[in-house]
Each structure stands twice: as structure tokens, then as C-alpha cells.
Design a protein around this ligand. Structure first.
Ligand SMILES: O=P(O)(O)OC[C@H]1O[C@@](CO)(OP(=O)(O)O)[C@@H](O)[C@@H]1O
Length: 443
């Protein structure tokens, strides 16, 4: 049985089980949306998994041509039905092991199929949330076809032009039977979210509970316009130099050099003509680091971006913490993600307070965030799908600008080093060294 935990969204989620059922024609970004929803939920420590019916179908029909998807082809129809049944059976088994949000990634394009999924799930006490992605933007559809054609195992080893043509034919078969979720008649009782051209228009029907509304709110904030997120720690601080944690110190002379160099690094990475919004924490070291950036960049300070609050340990070195609070020091090393400083925070707490930041980031265009080691680890873990237990041990060097660009199948990363020396603030398990070289696994 899953333990009683408050899973980040502030609710006891172990009694809730939701099947998010994707709906829509091929090449409408369903898998992309499914992948983002799963990433968001897992970041909040909510057990989530995606069941892609295409993967099940490939066991039986690895590289079918478009006529396999002709709904008047009985053999194709039978195999596709069997694949859906196998995916749903695995999903139900996964729910029994403590799963909370299962995402059924398939076209689910007919009313019959949706009714079958709804009946099956509700018979097992699982709530159903349909998420339909509609898209009439030819550019987006073409980009999706290109992505699918290039990356799908269905077309591996085939001529790209032939693959694209076959995929278009496959879409035509689906178009013949596809029915949008019908709000006026028999599907009115369903819980659903319809996304038109991801982010342009949404329709919501009968959202029932808090977790459903969190998922819907997240999906409503997504957009697919090209953009990047830049992350930087503040320049080296006086506390970084002396190996002290927390505090609200100003920059060291080398930290000042980084602040002066940052506009050049940003220009090199962003270019001159892209409008950029800069977010800092409310602490002096991030504000000082961002102060030489061009005045036409809008700057905003967020309390939510302040460094992890180390409570009674604020201002101490790791050696002092070990001397004064040996049990706490050991407990933190044992489970760094969950350990909460006396009178302060844990990494898990930081993730919870960062949720509005993530939501705002998803809605936004280009953003540069100047923040702190722990906060940056949490934001980075969201974009790069890092395991939460490992993320607090990641090395995030000072004086380095990180550019993250969301793509259809993951996030691309580029790092720009300022080549201004700084101490390392990374610390390995058990160590109390003031400055330590990161191990290769932490990089
Ligand atoms: O979780 P650990 O690894 O202790 O890292 C967080 C620490 O990083 C530090 C530097 O050691 O952050 P910061 O970037 O704000 O200087 C501390 O202030 C903070 O407590």
C-alpha cells in the first residue's frame, strides 16, 4: 500500500486514481502532451506512467503500412483492439501497485473506444479524464509528421518521403472515423479537457477533484511556441568563499566579474533582438548578479526563487553543522531530498514552492533565471527529468550559463562557461570540506 504522503500538490493522493485518456488524430502532439504531464507529476512525486498503445501494437505489427489502419480492415482492427486491451490491462495492474495517474496514449478517436475505456476504468474505481488535442495549424501538423517520421520505429530504415506519405494516408484513415468529444449528447457526462492548437483555446467539462484540476491547469498553461529557458547561479558570494551556507551576502570580487560578464554570455546565447525576461530571487547575490543586464530586459524578483532555507544552520559551514547537529548532518546525507532543516526547508519543500514558477515558465516565452544552487537543481530536474532522490547531489557550477530548449522528445541543453574561476560549492556524501571537487557522477 502506498504510504500516506502529501504529494506535493498538497493533497493526500493515495486514494485518487486517474486515467488520463489522450484523444485526437495522429500528429496532434498527444504524445508530447502526455510526456509533459508525466514529467510534471513525477516532479511532484506523484506516481505517474504512460501507456502508449502504439508500443503494444508494435509487438504484433511492427511496421504496418497505412492500410493496416483502415477501419474496414478486420485484421488491423483486431490487432489494434488487442493492443489497446493489453495496454489497459497493464495500466490496471500498475494502478494496483500504487500508481496514481496513468496516461493512456492513443488516438481513442471513436466514441465506442472512449466508452470502453470509460466503462473499464470506472468499473475499477478509476476516474477518467479525457484530454483531446485538436490542431488545425498546418505548420504544427507538418512538424509533428516530420518528427514522427524521423523518430518512430514504425518507419525505421524507410525512405523519409515514403514514410511521410504513408503517415499522411494513415491520418486519412483516422479522419474517416474520428469523432471529437461530443459535448452536446452522450459524452456530456465525461470529464474532459479539449486543447485547441495547444494553448490557444481550451474547453473544460466536469472537472471533479483537486488532482484533476491540477493536471488540467498545468495542461492549459502549455504552449508550443519555440522558446528557451536560461539558468544561472549568482556569481560567487562571500559565503561561498568561506564555505558557509544560506545568508544574504554580496558577491566576492570574482562574483562581481561574473556579473559584469553575464550580459556578454547572454548576448552570445540569446542574440540581440530576442526580448528576454529576467527572474531573480529576493536575495542580494542574485539581484547583484543580474544588475548589469540590459535595462530593456524586464526584471522580476520572486520570493519563491530564494535559496533553500537552512533554518538553524543558516550561516554555518558544513563542519559546524556536523559539530552542532551531528544527527541532522547524518540524516540529511541519508535522505537529502526529504531532510528538512530545523526551522527550515527540505528539497521537497522547495519543489512545492516552485510549482507556481514552473507554471509561469510553461506559459512564458524566453526567461533567464538567476537563482541558487538548490533551487536551480530543482528547476533543472523538472526540465531534464532527473530522479528527485539524486537531484540534490547534482553539481551545478558557479559562473556558468545553462540554456534549456524544450523539444518534442526532451529538453536540449547547452552550457556557456564564463571562464572566471570560482570555488566549488558541491559537497559529496559525508564530506565537510569547504570546497571539494565534484565527482564524475555528479556532473
Ligand atoms: O543542498 P546543498 O548541497 O547543501 O546546497 C544548498 C546550499 O548551496 C548554497 C551554497 O553552498 O547556495 P547558494 O547558491 O545560494 O550560495 C547554500 O547557500 C545552500 O544552503
Amino acid at each position: 500500500m502506498p504510504s500516506k504522503t502529501n504529494n506535493g500538490v498538497g493533497v493526500q493522493v493515495e486514494d485518487t486514481k486517474i486515467c488520463v485518456v489522450m484523444v485526437g488524430l495522429p500528429a496532434r502532439g498527444k504524445s508530447y502532451i502526455a510526456q509533459l504531464a508525466q514529467r510534471y507529476l513525477q516532479w511532484l512525486s506523484i506516481p505517474a506512467a504512460t501507456f502508449n498503445v502504439g508500443n503494444y501494437r508494435r509487438h504484433d505489427a511492427p511496421q504496418p503500412t497505412a492500410d493496416f489502419f483502415d477501419f474496414s480492415n478486420p485484421e488491423g482492427e483486431r490487432k489494434r483492439r488487442a493492443a489497446a486491451e493489453a495496454a489497459v490491462a497493464d495500466m490496471l495492474a500498475w494502478f494496483r501497485t500504487g500508481g496514481v495517474v496513468g496516461i493512456l496514449d492513443a488516438t481513442n478517436s471513436t466514441k465506442e473506444r472512449r466508452k470502453w475505456v470509460w466503462d473499464t476504468c470506472t468499473a475499477h474505481g478509476i476516474e477518467v479524464l479525457f484530454v483531446e488535442s485538436k490542431c488545425d495549424d498546418e505548420k504544427v501538423i507538418m512538424a509533428n509528421i516530420r518528427d514522427v517520421k524521423l523518430t518512430s520505429p514504425d518507419y525505421r530504415g524507410q525512405d523519409p518521403e515514403d514514410a511521410a506519405q504513408d503517415f499522411r494516408n494513415r491520418i486519412k484513415h483516422y479522419e474517416k472515423v474520428y469523432k471529437t468529444i461530443d459535448a452536446d449528447h452522450d459524452e456530456d457526462s465525461y470529464t474532459y479537457l479539449k486543447l485547441m492548437n495547444v494553448g490557444k483555446q481550451v474547453i473544460i467539462n466536469r472537472i471533479q477533484d483537486y488532482l484533476q484540476s491540477r493536471i488540467v491547469y498545468y495542461l492549459m498553461n502549455l504552449h508550443i511556441r519555440p522558446r528557451s529557458v536560461w539558468l544561472s547561479r549568482h556569481g560567487e558570494s562571500l559565503y561561498n568563499l568561506s564555505g558557509r551556507i544560506g545568508g544574504d551576502m554580496l558577491l566576492s570580487p570574482r562574483g562581481e566579474q561574473y556579473a559584469k560578464k553575464l550580459p556578454e554570455l547572454v548576448r552570445e546565447s540569446v542574440g540581440d533582438d530576442r526580448p528576454l525576461t529576467v527572474w531573480t530571487s529576493t536575495l542580494k547575490r542574485t539581484i547583484a548578479t543580474a544588475r548589469f543586464l540590459p535595462p530593456h530586459y524586464n526584471q522580476l524578483q520572486w520570493k519563491a526563487l530564494d535559496e533553500l532555507d537552512s533554518g538553524v544552520c543558516d550561516g554555518l559551514t558544513y563542519q559546524e553543522i556536523k559539530d552542532r547537529y551531528p544527527e541532522d548532518f547524518a540524516a540529511r546525507d541519508e535522505d537529502k531530498y526529504n531532510y528538512r532543516y530545523r526551522g527550515g526547508e527540505s528539497y521537497r519543500d522547495v519543489v512545492i514552492r516552485l510549482e507556481p514558477i514552473i507554471m509561469e515558465l510553461e506559459r512564458s516565452e524566453d526567461i533567464l533565471i538567476v537563482t541558487h544552487q538548490a533551487v536551480l537543481r530543482c528547476i533543472y530536474a523538472y526540465f531534464m527529468k532527473k530522479d528527485q532522490a539524486k537531484s540534490p547531489w547534482m553539481n551545478v557550477p558557479l559562473h556558468t550559463l545553462i540554456k534549456l530548449t524544450p523539444r518534442a522528445y526532451g529538453t536540449e541543453e547547452v552550457r556557456y562557461e564564463a571562464h572566471i574561476p570560482a570555488v566549488s560549492t558541491w559537497r559529496g556524501k559525508g564530506s565537510t570540506a569547504k570546497h571539494e571537487n565534484p565527482t564524475p557522477e555528479s556532473l
